[in-house]
Design a protein around this ligand. Structure first.
Ligand code: SDX
Length: 428
């Protein structure tokens, strides 16, 4: 077996360096040993946006972008979407193993009994304008929970980390539903502990005068699967934010508020909202070729297409497309679906997209389903955040128990001025 290393020659000095390869990577510290002399700081890898660099080792999610593979703790996403539930998947992501029956029952009970939020949260929500974007409300309210649970700062205690993880998983649907109710001027609906995770969320979202809101089973299952599909995705932008903030040992509430803020961006979790706006703007199947032309001319992005890692069809998008059919059976077909299907048909055979390896990602079809399920467009990234809470907390827990990790503090390549003389105002 050939030695797991590379040998490089620094042509500035003629010196050779043999750098070990571990887990398919070379360590930046070994690159830093390449110096021209004792006063040289040493070489660094330059990786804007971390492209082609690994910031951590992880066992949470595995993605093979070329083959379109996604696994949570080694379990293929297709199996989990078909056979699991969101809470079972959340346990899997957090603990690394599928739960036994009694473990899942206990976990479900813990989550169910933490769905209430402090009544003062209502005063916080009432401070927002009626048309405040629900992601702005979500980010603020998750951060505010930090003030209700000061013990959450004891992040080195695994029991504390677990109880805060349960609280966040349990309260995200409540905050999300109340943000929605606030936008409509409707009274907040308290959690109902007789209901399961998804039923309770929909009950808090949609109950009016009836005693208990009862979703159609196909709709209930669709939400569960959508939460599973959005649960984790290794070192995406918001997971990186969770790790970056978490590395300073901030409490999990303000840390996750930062992750949710990253998710809000239109290039990340905000894309599903942008997809619906794009489809509505196109307006008709006949106008798809013209829009594709705009994308080719770089006048617009094809929202819901492309991915930093997937250079093949996002496996989640395939599953979501199948769920769409099941949901539309119940809700009626979303007319924007025809535009989306035509966009996909043309893009998948168009040189521009083929050469750039642009395929539908998780956001391309999810918005169509949410819209058909009466979720307002502005709530789409909030739906993403409910599912991704499991992943953010799994990444955060892994960060805090990883001996390789410390406070995140990248270096830079300074290209600015040096040692300039101060110039008095009269001379400027
Ligand atoms: C999510 O990281 C994750 O895992 C994220 C996520 C998760 O689960 O956490 O999967 C969820 O965020 C999915 C992505 C949702 N965002 C969008 O759908 C927005 C549209 N997509 C693009 O903005 C883009 O594809 C990104 C941001 C998703 C990825 O961008 P990269 O990897 O930085 O690639 P790039 O921007 O450098 O693009 C490479 C080329 C460029 O052209 P050139 O400059 O080489 O000529 O492809 C082009 C881009 O212009 N391109 C697109 C495009 N995406 C990339 N052109 C048109 N439409 C697009 N959607």
């Amino acid at each position: 077996m050939a030695e797991e290393s590379i040998t490089v020659t620094d042509n500035r000095t003629g010196k050779q360096y043999t750098i070990p390869i571990k887990d398919g990577a070379i360590h930046a510290a070994d690159i830093n040993k390449i110096k021209t002399g004792p006063d040289d700081f040493g070489l660094m890898p330059y990786a804007p946006a971390f492209v082609w660099t690994a910031s951590t080792k992880s066992k949470v999610a595995f993605i093979d972008g070329d083959k379109g593979i996604l696994e949570y703790r080694g379990y293929p996403i297709q199996d989990l979407a078909e056979k699991s539930t969101f809470l079972e998947t959340a346990w899997l992501l957090l603990k690394g193993e599928l739960p036994k029956k009694d473990e899942l029952a206990k976990f479900t009970d813990e989550v169910t009994h933490h769905t209430f939020v402090h009544e003062n949260v209502k005063k916080l929500l009432d401070g927002f304008h009626h048309d405040a974007h629900p992601m702005g409300i979500l980010v603020s309210t998750v951060a505010a929970l930090s003030t209700f649970y000061p013990d959450a700062k004891n992040i080195h205690d695994p029991e504390v980390r677990w109880s805060q993880s349960v609280r966040l998983l349990a309260k995200m649907p409540t905050i999300a539903a109340w943000a929605y109710r606030h936008s409509l001027g409707l009274p907040y609906v308290h959690p109902d502990n007789e209901l399961n995770y998804v039923q309770n969320f929909l009950h808090m979202m949609y109950r009016m005068t009836e005693q208990r809101y009862k979703p159609h089973p196909a709709i209930e299952r669709a939400f569960d699967v959508l939460f599973i599909l959005h649960a984790d995705h290794e070192q995406n932008c918001s997971a990186n934010a969770m790790r970056g903030i978490g590395s300073s040992h901030a409490d999990p509430y303000v840390t996750m508020a930062g992750a949710a803020a990253a998710l809000y961006g239109p290039l990340h979790g905000g894309a599903n909202e942008e997809v619906l706006k794009m489809l509505a703007e196109i307006g008709h199947v006949d106008r798809v070729p013209r829009f594709i032309e705009k994308v080719r001319n770089k006048e617009a992005l094809l929202m819901g297409f492309g991915h930093r890692v997937y250079k093949n069809y996002d496996p989640r998008a395939k599953i979501i497309k199948r769920i769409a059919d099941e949901v539309f059976e119940v809700t009626g077909r979303n007319p924007l679906l025809d535009i989306a299907l035509e966009l996909e048909r043309i893009a998948l055979q168009d040189e521009y997209f083929i050469n750039k390896k642009l395929y539908p990602n998780v956001d391309f079809y999810s918005g169509l389903i949410y819209q058909a399920m009466r979720i307002p467009v502005a709530m789409f990234p909030v739906m993403f955040a409910i599912g991704r809470t499991a992943g953010w907390l799994s990444q955060w827990n892994e960060l805090l128990t990883d001996p390789d990790q410390k406070i995140a503090r990248p270096r830079q390549l300074y290209i600015g001025h040096r040692e300039r003389k101060y110039v008095a105002m009269a001379q400027r």
